[in-house]
Design a protein. Structure first.
Length: 448
């Protein structure tokens, strides 16, 4: 089986066991060696110990983990996500146990095959026994779990009606091809091409169009005050000073000069906050496991429309048993699981690697420090800013002036629709606004 599946399967298995209180039979079918993620293995061992005395609860499991000692400080933060994972049924437990046991047997088989190269005779019996064990696992856990009932049209129609409607981006040209579904969406681009700006514009559009939902923006890069400053600049949409950028807006706010456009923007912002339609959070101190816990807490508290995360490669993950590429892959899988299991869109920024040509840069396999993030997402949009790429007027700060420049949005993955389409937005750096229409004065080679 694919090793990349294991974190998700381990999480689901622990979640079902925990929510079942005391799953003695299931616990007896597994052992700690069936869990490859150290934190999952420690939690399983603690569950085993507690279950010998009493049904497992969140409180007594946390107490046992603390009593065991020599565990990572944040391991207890995993318990809430495991206890509150939605849309996981007990019916999937048998399948998951089979997958974990299969992976353990395959690891043992791999070790035997490597030893056999040195001692061809000694390992033959052990290898045959493991192959027999794998065959028995297939029969017991997988063949027997195939649903025998035909998938009739009435059940199909019932299932279809439960599929939630995707979100619109607010850009008609783009919405013609895509929707933002309850899955992982990646917004990819090179440094300074406009990932964060595009995500803030998507956030703004969605907050405006969905007054009954909460949209959450979690940044690992910028604090709440800077994000809010940029968002209010979006709301002003007009000049507020001589250079017409966030620094002038900051000066106006610091000097209590908030009349007119700025006052209207502040009032609009407060409306979104007071109605629980918008929430900014800075997550610089959270690793991926604490991030999962935080998101699940927010999902439990609010009617969440989407979670924005900025951005993939700077989300910490402290498990030293994985290399950098494996860690980014694990984080992408974790974000996909949050989206899929809770039926909430997760929209995450991601950096693209350095390449010489545009065609090489805008590729799924060029997501920096990851070989599988592109596989985990349902939708991948890639941003191209020709002005930034060619370094035009870099010393003049084009991104923060009232010049309007074209931003290309490329659809590079769309699991349920058309791919390899491109739309162009016009970007006004002075107010961070990205719009479908192309105003006069579009910045290009002829009018620089």
């Amino acid at each position: 089986m694919d090793i990349k599946e294991l974190p998700e399967i381990e999480q689901e298995t622990l979640s079902i066991i925990l929510r079942n209180g005391k799953a003695t039979k299931e616990l007896g079918e597994l052992s700690p060696e069936d869990f490859v993620i150290p934190s999952h293995r420690e939690i399983f061992e603690a569950i085993q110990e507690v279950s010998l005395e009493t049904p497992v609860t969140e409180a007594n499991l946390i107490d046992r983990l603390k009593a065991r000692g020599n565990i990572r400080d944040n391991i207890t933060s995993l318990i809430l996500p495991l206890m509150t994972m939605a849309h996981i049924g007990k019916e999937s437990l048998k399948y998951n146990i089979g997958k974990l046991r299969e992976a353990t047997a395959l690891r043992r088989l791999d070790k035997c095959l490597k030893r056999q190269a040195d001692k061809p005779i000694d390992n033959i019996n052990e290898i045959e026994n493991i192959k027999l064990e794998l065959s028995q696992i297939q029969t017991e856990y997988f063949i027997s779990t195939i649903e025998e009932e035909p998938y009739k049209s009435d059940r199909f129609l019932s299932d279809v009606k439960k599929i939630p409607e995707g979100l619109k981006t607010g850009y008609p040209d783009l919405d013609e091809y895509i929707t933002i579904d309850p899955a992982l969406t990646l917004i990819c681009g090179r440094i300074s091409h406009g990932k964060t700006t595009f995500m803030l514009n998507l956030l703004y559009n969605m907050v405006q169009k969905n007054d009954k939902k909460t949209f959450i923006y979690i940044s690992f890069e910028e604090p709440r005050d800077i994000l809010t400053l940029k968002f209010i600049q979006l709301l002003t949409a007009n000049k507020v000073g001589r250079a017409n950028n966030i620094y002038d807006l900051k000066d106006h706010l610091q000097n209590d000069n908030t009349k007119g456009t700025i006052e209207e923007a502040l009032n609009e912002y407060d409306t979104y906050i007071n109605e629980d339609r918008l929430r900014f959070e800075y997550a610089g101190r959270l690793d991926v496991e604490l991030l999962q816990s935080r998101i699940l807490t927010l999902i439990d508290k609010y009617n969440v429309g989407a979670v924005f995360i900025d951005y993939l490669q700077i989300i910490p993950y402290f498990d030293k048993s994985l290399n950098r590429y494996e860690r980014i892959g694990y984080i992408a899988t974790a974000l996909k699981n949050i989206a899929n299991l809770n039926k909430v869109p997760v929209i995450c920024g991601a950096q693209l690697g350095r390449k010489e040509h545009k065609s090489e840069i805008l590729r799924l396999n060029n997501i920096r420090e990851s070989d599988n993030a592109g596989q985990e997402c349902t939708l991948a949009l890639m941003i191209w800013n020709e002005t930034t790429y060619k370094g035009k007027d870099a010393d003049k700060g084009v991104a923060f002036t009232d010049k309007v420049i074209p931003i290309e949005i490329h659809i590079k993955k769309n699991r349920y629709g058309i791919v390899n389409r491109m739309i162009t937005l016009s970007y006004t750096g002075s107010n961070f606004k990205m719009e479908t229409q192309k105003p006069e004065g579009l910045y290009n080679d002829s009018n620089k």
